[in-house]
Design a protein around this ligand. Sequence first.
Ligand code: SF4
Length: 86
Amino acid sequence: MSKHKIPCIRCLLRDLDQKAALKQVTAYRERLPVQQRANKELFEERLSICRDCKWLRLGVCQKSGYYVEASAYDKTKHCPLGTKIW
Ligand code: SF4
């Protein structure tokens, strides 16, 4: 049996060994004006929806093309499927 882990195709960056991408996303979030940042509760709620979504692939929303850990942190952004999703 292989010792290599097969990555989940619907993972968040934090679940993957994609340190460079996660660093880029973290830098993006730090550049956002404070008033535009989602609080922890909203951010985690959005990510939990993305985790179960068929459009999430390797941290990227296949509908918007954004890293969800960046877009979910920005209160002005919304899921491309509609504001009822998040
Ligand atoms: S932003 Fe919307 S469409 Fe994209 S992965 Fe998240 S829930 Fe799915």
